[in-house]
Design a protein around this ligand. Structure first.
Ligand code: C5P
Length: 300
């Protein structure tokens, strides 16, 4: 038997970052929107597992050892239920790797849901969310999808209302950025400054609820963007290219280096995508809309 789960990428429409906490993490006001770029995670019984394989354009960059969040998810669920994680996990990867779109987190949430179905574990939603939070700050959102406000280190989620579909263009970069390195750069840039507690923007939540792209464009923000730009200055050229092509807003997605451009409608998204492709400022360009559903079993 094989179980396949489809899991979306995310963009952070607001990423408010507080000062470093004693545990090294940062309190966040993290407004996630799941978008329709998906990884598919397929699990099959395989003695001696967990073993992971990956296919897709970025597959060579995906770690196939115990650091892969899909492997850690299988191990965590198995340990809680007193079984061995004898499973082969195959990832069909379409989400950019190390791009700030939660591709690794998606695989963790996907493998967790898939193993739960394969093994008939019957874990409750709360238990799955607990395991996700242990795996990483963005993993719970990959499970739930839609739109949500993440607080704490981003793992405490409140679902958000969305009043429409938002159309995005994503530009991937020639190299990745490490999330811990971007947070360290944030800390370096913040040295000596008084960093306020991050709070979700009421204007932004209102724009999401209304489904209003112009209002959302006026309210998007990413406190990690200066740190990402400091480590990867060429991203400024990509942002400028997308904005001058007619995007309503352009920002770094999460810790980057993928840049995200909000557009008014699918036609405008196609136009911005075309301009970005010919701008020579990025590696690849993808169009996707959100909100998209969270991790979903698509075949069992
Ligand atoms: O939780 P996750 O493993 O995805 O976090 C990766 C890294 O990002 C952490 O080790 C930490 O350096 C940084 N991080 C942070 N504050 C958060 C989330 C992540 O400093 N709220």
């Amino acid at each position: 038997m094989a179980v396949t789960v489809r899991v979306p990428a995310k963009v952070n429409v607001q990423l408010g970052v507080g000062a470093a906490r004693p545990d090294g993490f940062h309190d966040l006001a993290n407004v996630f929107l799941a978008v329709g770029l998906y990884d598919e995670v397929t699990v099959t019984a395989s003695p001696g597992g967990p073993k992971v394989t990956c296919e897709g354009p970025d597959a060579a960059q995906v770690p196939l050892d115990g650091t892969n969040l899909a492997v850690r998810a299988a191990e965590a669920l198995a340990a809680r239920h007193g079984r061995t994680p004898d499973v082969h996990i195959h990832i069909a990867k379409d989400i950019p790797v190390a791009g700030g779109m939660a591709g690794g987190s998606a695989d963790g949430a996907g493998a967790l849901l898939a193993c739960d179905a394969l093994w008939g574990t019957g874990a409750s939603r709360d238990e799955l969310l607990d395991i996700c939070a242990e795996l990483g700050s963005d993993v719970p959102f990959s499970l739930v999808g839609g739109a949500a406000l993440g607080t704490g280190r981003g793992e405490k989620l409140r679902a958000l209302e969305t009043g429409g579909t938002f159309h995005w263009v994503f530009a991937t970069a020639s190299r990745g950025l490490s999330t811990p390195a971007v947070f360290r750069e944030f800390d370096r840039l913040a040295e000596g400054l008084d960093i306020p507690e991050p709070v979700a923007s009421e204007d932004l939540l209102g724009a999401l609820a209304e489904g209003d792209p112009d209002a959302l464009a006026a309210a998007v923000s990413n406190d990690l963007q200066p740190a990402a730009l400091s480590l990867f200055p060429e991203l400024a050229d990509t942002l400028a290219a997308g904005r001058s092509a007619g995007a309503l807003a352009g920002l770094v997605s999460g810790s980057g280096p993928t840049t995200a451009f909000l557009t008014r409608d699918p036609e405008s998204a196609a136009k911005v995508a075309e301009s970005l492709r010919s701008s020579g400022t990025c590696r690849a360009v993808r169009v996707a809309s959100g909100p998209a559903p969270g991790a979903t079993v698509i075949s069992a």
